[in-house]
Design a protein around this ligand. Sequence first.
Ligand code: UD1
Length: 379
Amino acid sequence: MCEHPYTVLVTGGAGFIGSHACIALQEAGHHVVIYDNLSTSHPLVIERIGEITGRVPIFVQGDIQDRARLEATLAACHCNAVMHFAGLKSVSESVDQPLTYYENNVMGSLVLLQAMASIGVRTLVFSSSATVYGIPQELPLKEDHPLSATTPYGRTKIIVEEMLREHFNTCPDWRIAILRYFNPVGAHESGLIGEDPQGKPNNLMPLISQVASGKRPHLNVWGNDYPTPDGTGIRDYIHVLDLVQGHVSALNHLNDPQCIEVNLGTGRGHSVLEMVRAFERISGQTIPLERAPRRDGDVSSCYADPQRALDLLDWRAQRDIDEMCRDAWNWQVSNPYGYSKKDEHSVAQLLAGEACAPDSLVEFITPERASSPLGFQSV
Ligand code: UD1
C-alpha cells in the first residue's frame, strides 16, 4: 500500500486499459474516479471492477471535451492526479475520419489540460503509443528515437505529447509522465474484464481469440515476406496487467516536477506465427491461417528498449506470451459476447438506475457536493 494515496481521475476508465488501471490503482491503495463517455465501452465494467477489488469506483459519465463537467468532477472529488486514457485508437478509422480523431484526441486532451490547470491538478499520466516512433530507424526503440507519424492517429499522439512538453516548459511545477505503449494484450486473470472491441477488431490478439472460439473462420496473416525469421511481423506484446503496473509505478514516481517519456514494453519481439502457435498451445484450439498481403502502414519489427522504465520507475514487465494468451483466452471463453448480451438483465437494471450507490460514492458525496450539478451516476 502506498503511503500517500492519490485520488485519480481516470479518463477512459471503462475502456480496456483504463479499467485494468483502475484495478491496479485501487489495489495499490489509491482512490479512483472513472470519467468516461461510454462511446466505446460498457457500463458493466464498473461493476466488474468492484467485484474484483471489493470497491466500486465512482463513475461520472462525461466527455473530455466538456470542460465544465471535468472541472466540477476534479473539484468535487478532490482529485489530485489524472490518468488520461480516453481517446480513439483505430488507425484505419483515423485515416477515414481524421477530423474526428483530432477532435477527440487533440481537442479532448487540450480541454482536459485546461480543466486541470484551472482546478490546480498538476499530476498527469498520459497514454501515448509506440506509434509515435513511425518506421523504426534502429531497434530496440529508445525514447530518444525521432518521432514521426504516417497516420492521423499517430499524429494525434505526437501532437498531444508536444503540447504536454511545451506546457511543462512554461509551467515547470507540473508532474507529467508520457507512457508509450507497445502492444497491450491479455486480460485480468479473473476473466471478468478484458478487451471488448466494437465491430471487427483491428488488432491481432482479439482476432486470434475470435478465430480460436469459432466466431471467425480464419486469421489473415498480413505479409509473410518481412525480413524476420519466419517472414511475419514482429511486435513487442505486453500483458495489460504489466502495462497498468507501469502506470502505478509512474504515478508513484511523480513526486517531483518533471515531464518524462517512458516506453512500456517487454523488450522482446514475437512474430505473428509465434503468437498463433502459443495461442493454439494454450487454448487447445486450431487457428486456421490464410496468407494476405501486407497491411498498409505496417512495419516489419517493433520492440522497446525498456531500460529507462527500469531505471526511472523501477518497473519491468513480468509476464510471458503464454500468460498473455491464457488470460486472453480465459476472457474470451468467459465472455463470448464481450460485456453485452450475457448480462443484459443486469445492464438493464443498471441503466434504469436500480443499482445501489456504491460505498465509495456515498463516501465522496457530502451534502454540499450532492447538490452540485454533476449528477454522479452510480453505475
Ligand atoms: C496497430 C497500429 C498502431 C497502434 C496499435 C494499437 C497499424 C498499422 N498500426 O499496431 O498504430 O498503435 O495497433 O494497438 O494499424 N496482423 C495480422 N493479421 C491480423 C491482424 C494483425 O497478421 O488480422 C499482424 C500485423 O500485420 C502485425 C501484428 O499482427 O504484424 C500486430 O498487429 P496489431 O495488433 O494490429 O498491432 P500493430 O500493427 O503493432
